[in-house]
Design a protein around this ligand. Structure first.
Ligand code: B12
Ligand code: SF4
Length: 578
């Protein structure tokens, strides 16, 4: 059974500017398949090697695979669909399979626009893929597809063209059962530019107990699970010894929520002397940093040098709309604590919702200066159709060219400005922020590691600036404020940009049980309460009980807006229909 896995050649000039990153999904799936008895596995990293269709075709012709599997995050979906079509063109009897987040929730649309895909693996891939490969191997796939859990496919039987999704496979409770095979990757290519060393992306935990409205990772993994710290450190030690890895980021959504295990992980790294050989970074929540204030120096000692924080917004109203469960003050304090512990901090803002204005963008800049993280990142709000906020935004989302759903293209047009102006103002924030840092902070850092690291980040940043890859600026034709009028985001007209069918997405969600049920119910109730208060206040205005000059009981604009958005959230949230 010959299996070929492909990572599509998609680029958009965001996080990838820091280097070439190894696709963790390949290592985890390969390890699991090999443990299940399947060894003939080849990986084609079309992204890292910038392989065009002709080059992939040539590889596929030489390999004559039985199964070709491709991954797709949302913006890479069209490229993945095309690669799987190519696999069929090369060898029609090849069985094609798609995995990753986009297909997990969007399989009804994907299977209709790419009927050559034989199966979509939904959610966590290891067990489902192994079951699928076994079914193909023993020749039962065509007949018994309905019995393989966690897949979706087109049933071309008597009725023809029906999309079928089988019940979900339970999440793998003991993640340590998955032994990744990192040797499948060609390591020379995976270099982290800031430190000039090889980089890896191991997984400590999967899932997230929070339910931020703009995010869908919590839905994707369904349940929060964390590995045994010693096993993760074994894996990291192996990456250092066998593959020369000098830096890693944890692939996790939320690595620190399980405090005890995170501490044990850091202690184990220290006990084995690994921090001299490998440094690392994480994305995590502000609230965990505050909780672990006293432990931050120990985390730094364990090699944790970079923390990226989902600070997201400069206004509390927006944090609440995102259901972030954090406050502005907490953001500021977390950044200070990390800085004091010698850890590089990165603040992430989400901008570009419909109510973004010149003033709110300026506010995020001022906030970034005030909080003073080492780095700041302004991501364009991207309305994943399977996220709660998308449902809430309704008709305000107009662009469905998923190739541009990449955090760097303004998908939403703010009411107060056009998309080019939004991009220009975001670039203005970047320019001012990093100009200041590169003149007044980075070269003067006293801690030599921090200085080296930050100057390395600046190098990566400048490299992508010169190459015009940063934020895809070259492709969209942005050359500074003077070019604003000529910017073209190239939203494709030729593609079918159908608004995804809300009913189909809701149906796809059925049977997709997550750990968050009670929490979602709580949010719905809170939304209803606030909406009821807002309605009562509006009633009071109408009946003249509240004076126009702001007499007692009137809601402020902010409160009214919050009430409205929460009310809409309650209205549109799938759980509200229960
Ligand atoms: C590491 C990472 C990167 C690395 C990529 C490394 C790489 N080459 O893969 C870098 C920094 C380059 C990057 C860049 C981007 N990223 Co990124 N990234 C992540 C991150 C933090 C971890 C991904 C990971 O490795 N997870 C661990 C593995 C094991 O999980 P997995 O990939 O989901 O794979 C499992 C299943 O999905 C499934 N599966 C996956 N593929 C396949 C294929 C088959 C055949 C099968 C059967 C199963 C299967 O099985 C796997 C094992 O269970 C996630 C957030 C997160 N915490 O997950 C964001 C995330 C994936 N990134 C995201 C985005 C948007 C981007 C960018 C567009 C942003 C930007 N402009 O920079 C670019 C696109 C780059 C590109 N060309 O693909 C989004 C995608 C959201 C969406 N709906 O599409 C995420 C989810 C972040 C978020 N919060 O929204 N990213
Ligand atoms: S905390 Fe992070 S991963 Fe969890 S739901 Fe919020 S944005 Fe998503």
């Amino acid at each position: 059974m010959r299996i070929v896995l492909i990572h599509p050649n998609y680029h958009s000039g965001g996080a990838e500017i820091a280097g070439n990153w190894p696709p963790a999904w390949v290592a985890y799936l390969t390890g699991y398949l090999r443990a299940g008895g399947y060894h003939d596995i080849t990986f084609i990293d079309a992204m890292t090697h910038h392989l065009d269709e002709a080059a992939v075709r040539e590889r596929l012709e030489a390999l004559q695979a039985d199964i070709v599997g491709c991954t797709a995050i949302t913006p890479a979906i069209y490229k993945a669909e095309r690669l799987l079509q190519l696999a069929k063109e090369v060898r029609p009897q090849t069985v094609t399979v798609l995995g990753g987040i986009h297909g997990t929730f969007m399989y009804p649309q994907v299977l209709k626009e790419a009927p050559w895909i034989d199966a979509v693996v939904r959610g966590e891939g290891e067990q489902v893929f192994l079951n699928f490969v076994r079914a193909v191997d023993d020749g039962t796939w065509a007949r018994d597809r309905h019995a393989v859990r966690g897949v979706a496919f087109l049933d071309t039987g008597a009725d023809g063209g029906n999309v079928v999704a089988t019940p979900a496979e339970p999440p793998i409770a003991d993640l340590d059962r998955i032994q990744p095979d990192w040797a499948i990757l060609e390591w020379d290519k995976y270099i982290y530019i800031p430190l000039g060393v090889r980089v890896a992306i191991p997984n400590f935990a999967r899932g997230c107990p929070f339910t931020c409205s703009f995010c869908s990772q919590w839905k994707f993994w369904r349940d929060y699970r964390i590995r045994e710290p010693k096993a993760v450190v074994d894996e990291i030690e192996g990456l250092v010894k066998n593959h020369g890895v000098g830096f890693f980021i944890l692939a996790d959504e939320e690595p620190t929520i399980h405090r005890k295990k995170f501490i044990a992980f850091c202690e184990e790294l220290i006990a084995r002397g690994l921090p001299d050989k490998v440094q690392w970074g994480i994305n995590t929540r502000v609230t965990d940093i505050l909780r672990d204030e006293k432990l931050l120096p120990m985390f730094r000692q364990a090699g944790l040098v970079h923390v990226s924080l989902g600070t997201e917004a400069a206004a509390q109203l927006k944090l609440d709309r995102f259901n972030k469960e954090t406050t502005i003050e907490q953001n500021k304090k977390a950044i200070r604590l990390l800085r004091e512990a010698g850890i590089v901090t990165e603040a992430q803002f989400i901008v570009g919702l419909e109510n973004e204005t010149a003033e709110t963008l300026e506010e995020t800049y001022q906030m970034a200066r005030d909080w003073n993280p080492d780095m700041a990142n302004w991501a364009m709000y991207t309305p994943w159709p399977f996220s709660d906020l998308f449902q809430e935004l309704g008709d305000k989302v107009e662009v469905f060219d998923f190739e541009k759903y990449n955090f760097v293209t303004p998908i939403m047009k703010p009411d107060a400005m056009d998309r080019a102006e939004l991009l220009d103002r975001v670039m203005n924030n970047y320019r001012r922020f990093f100009m200041n840092k590169s003149f007044f902070q980075y070269p003067w850092e006293k801690d030599s590691f921090r200085r080296k690291y930050l100057m390395g980040c600046l190098k990566a940043f400048l490299k992508s600036g010169f190459e015009r890859t940063f934020y895809d600026l070259g492709r969209v034709g942005y050359w500074g404020p003077q070019s604003k009028k000529k910017v073209d985001f190239q939203f494709a007209d030729t593609r079918v940009h159908e608004r995804p069918d809300a009913a189909a997405i809701a149906a796809a969600d059925e049977n997709w049980v997550t750990m968050h049920g009670p929490k979602i119910e709580m949010r719905r109730k809170r939304g209803e309460e606030i909406a009821a208060a807002a309605l009562a206040a509006i009633g009071a205005v109408e009946s003249g009980q509240v004076s126009a000059c702001g007499g007692g009981g009137q809601l402020s604009d902010e409160e009214a807006e919050a009430a409205l958005s929460l009310h809409q959230a309650a209205d549109h949230h799938p759980a509200a229909a229960d």
